[in-house]
Each structure stands twice: as structure tokens, then as C-alpha cells.
Design a protein. Structure first.
Length: 136
């Protein structure tokens, strides 16, 4: 009898998170339990990684054209000035004290031109609004 081989799908999927842990109470029948629930998903996941792995250049680096750019978790697309544009940076808070409105609208602004009033940016009105004072 000829030996059977596992069939790997043409478009393999990464299935490792879905692999069910075999239990002591499971009947150990290769065609019903071990192969479809354990071996086949592992082999398919390996094939998925092989199909999607990056090819390295001669210097051992991943070529720029293989890097995901401009997407979450990817490589940022640089602006004309060679810097990462603010819209690709994380929204960091903090505060700044200056006379002019800050470009970063995620900051608290201490408006030094108007009596050091603390202001926040309100996206709904697209204006800087003073923080209400509370005294106790």
C-alpha cells in the first residue's frame, strides 16, 4: 500500500490559535482526531509562514519593497522633509506653555499670552477652550 501524504492547501491559512488541545479522553484515531485537529493545522500554518516570509537581500536585511508601509504596525512613510508626519505618530499628551496655539492638539496648552489660562482642544468645535477652574 502506497504511503499517503498530507495535502497542503494552495492558499494556506495561519491556524495555530484554533488548534484544539488533545485530551486524554480523546480516542486516538489518526484519521478522525490526530490528523484533522492537530497535524494538518500545524502543517498548514507552517506552509503559511513559508509562503509569507520575507526574502533577505545580500546584506541580510529585508528589502524596503517587502516592508509594509503606512499601515498600523508597519513602517511609516516619510514626509518630504524626511521625517515621520505627525498623523502617523501616536497621540501623546502632556502640556506646553507658549503664546501661540500648539500644533499638537493632544496637549494641554498654558496660554501665556492670556494670563496663563490652561486650555484644551475641543475637536467638536475645533477651538481651544479654557479648562474650568475648581476651588475648594
Amino acid at each position: 500500500m502506497a504511503e499517503e501524504k498530507y495535502v497542503i492547501p494552495e492558499e494556506p491559512q495561519y491556524r495555530v490559535p484554533d488548534i484544539r488541545k488533545l485530551q486524554d479522553s480523546d480516542p486516538v484515531i489518526a484519521s478522525e482526531i490526530v490528523n484533522p485537529t492537530l497535524i494538518e493545522p500545524i502543517l498548514e500554518s507552517i506552509a503559511y509562514h513559508e509562503k509569507h516570509k520575507a526574502e533577505l537581500s545580500e546584506d541580510g536585511k529585508i528589502p524596503a519593497e517587502q516592508l509594509p508601509s503606512g499601515v498600523p504596525g508597519g513602517v511609516p512613510v516619510l514626509g518630504k522633509d524626511g521625517k515621520v508626519p505627525p498623523e502617523q505618530l501616536p497621540a501623546l499628551g502632556g502640556h506646553t506653555a507658549q503664546a501661540e496655539e500648539p500644533e499638537n492638539k493632544n496637549l494641554l496648552w498654558i496660554d501665556t499670552a492670556n494670563g496663563n489660562i490652561i486650555k484644551f482642544y475641543d475637536p467638536a468645535s475645533e477651538t481651544w477652550k479654557p479648562v474650568g477652574a475648581i476651588w475648594s
